[in-house]
Write a protein that binds this ligand. Structure first.
Ligand code: PLP
Length: 391
């Protein structure tokens, strides 16, 4: 009999991929499915970025690159962080990885072991809990509340820190809620963290470019006294519509970058060379495609939030960022899982149960508005018909 390691019993999955597979299976049977489930921009990567990858291949960039990533790309990331946040980052502290997820795993592998505690948002990106469980560390939930617009409360976080805490995971703007941490709350947290010098912080800022109503992103790089323990996660997947390229980066503190680089050498060696050249073109080239995508998301956000608030038994707080809405569905009388299943099977609309993102997600559904306005309008109309006939 095969006996996999204990961690395999705790490893989870991302329901979004399972819902996508079921939606595709139904579509293959001829069903017309409106997909508001998957969390990726429904845009193509800008042509100049694609061309940079093709050119890299024609130029013969076919071999391994340095494990940390090619220097021009790391320098481009450093310049981008300087432009966006005025943060001075040494290119030697940047580790290019195949997608944002890898930085999550590396940070959790580095700090997770039995007896240690790792704090993470609930509802939150499911990979956090999954990876923590794999390491055997104790998962400590930070509940995100609807009444706070799903932004974390610094007091909630600080109250959960203990001498056993090793890593704190933050995510703003957030998946699945679209919640955004305010500068005031981050200031309070950063101040309070002085009392817990042994705690590293993984700041997942993969949606840093996606904020609405003129809000500016506040990066954890803005706090100089935390720089020696913040791991910044960002990447190209969302900002440049490059989810399939598998390209992301981490900015690691001086004392952790060597360990992170060893994890890279031990796992993937380096990132696809052509994708790295595409990454330079994305950061240094024209930004119009990203700006246009954000304008489109802003329009859709209005449509979906208003539409959801108009549905019987549904209320939806205004998401400040990312491209998700996280409506409260308790007034419909359905549980999250039941409504997810019935909307897909009976109404032909794919959405994700809030419980896929943690137990605090009960009573909510995640809608991705990375879908056309027609798809959003049709999805909302189908849900209305379903809810009215189920009432
Ligand atoms: N972090 C969050 C909060 C996400 O929502 C995602 C993707 O959905 C990722 C990280 C991973 O991004 P990537 O596709 O670059 O691995």
């Amino acid at each position: 009999m095969l006996i996999p390691a204990r961690g395999m019993q705790s490893i989870g999955t991302e329901t979004a991929f399972e819902v996508l597979a079921r939606a595709q299976a139904l579509a293959a049977q001829g069903r017309d499915i409106v997909n508001l489930g998957i969390g990726q921009p429904d845009f193509k990567t800008a042509p100049h970025i694609v061309e940079a990858a093709c050119q890299a291949l024609r130029d013969g960039h076919h071999g391994y690159t340095p494990a940390k990533g090619i220097l021009p790309l790391r320098q481009a990331v450093a310049r981008d962080l300087d432009r966006r946040y005025g943060a001075a980052v040494d290119a030697e502290h940047i580790l290019i990885v195949p997608g944002g997820k890898v930085t999550i795993w590396f940070a959790i592998l580095m700090f997770g072991e039995p007896d240690n505690e790792i704090l993470y948002p609930d509802p939150g990106f499911p990979v956090y809990e999954s990876a923590i469980g794999f390491t055997g560390a104790t998962p400590v939930r930070i509940p995100l509340r609807e009444e706070n617009g799903f932004a974390f409360s610094a007091d909630d976080v600080l109250a959960r820190l203990s001498p056993w805490s090793r890593l704190l995971i933050l995510n703003s703007p957030a998946n699945p809620t679209g919640g955004v941490a305010s500068r005031a709350e981050l200031d309070t947290l950063a101040e309070g963290l002085k009392r817990f010098p042994q705690v590293a912080i993984l700041s997942d800022e993969i949606y840093s470019a996606m904020l609405y109503d003129g809000r500016a992103h506040v990066s954890l790089l803005d706090y100089p006294h935390l720089r020696d323990r913040v791991i910044l996660l960002d990447g190209w997947s969302k900002t440049y519509a490059m989810t399939g390229w598998r390209l992301g980066y981490g900015v690691w503190p001086e004392r952790l970058i060597e360990g992170a680089t060893k994890l890279a050498i031990n796992s993937h060696s380096c990132v696809n060379a052509a994708a790295q050249y595409a990454g330079i073109a994305a950061l240094e080239g024209p930004q119009e495609a990203t700006a246009a995508m954000l304008d489109t998301f802003a329009t859709r956000r209005r449509l979906i939030v208003d539409g959801l608030n108009d549905l019987p038994g549904v209320r939806c707080v205004e998401p400040g960022g990312a491209f998700y809405a996280f409506p409260n569905i308790t007034g419909t009388g359905f549980s999250s899982a039941a409504l997810q299943r019935r909307l897909l099977e009976e109404a032909g609309v794919a959405v994700i149960a809030g419980t896929s993102f943690g137990r605090e997600g009960e009573g909510f559904l995640r809608f991705s508005y990375a879908a056309s306005t027609d798809a959003i309008a049709e999805g909302l109309a189908r849900i209305r018909r379903f809810l009215e006939s189920a009432a």
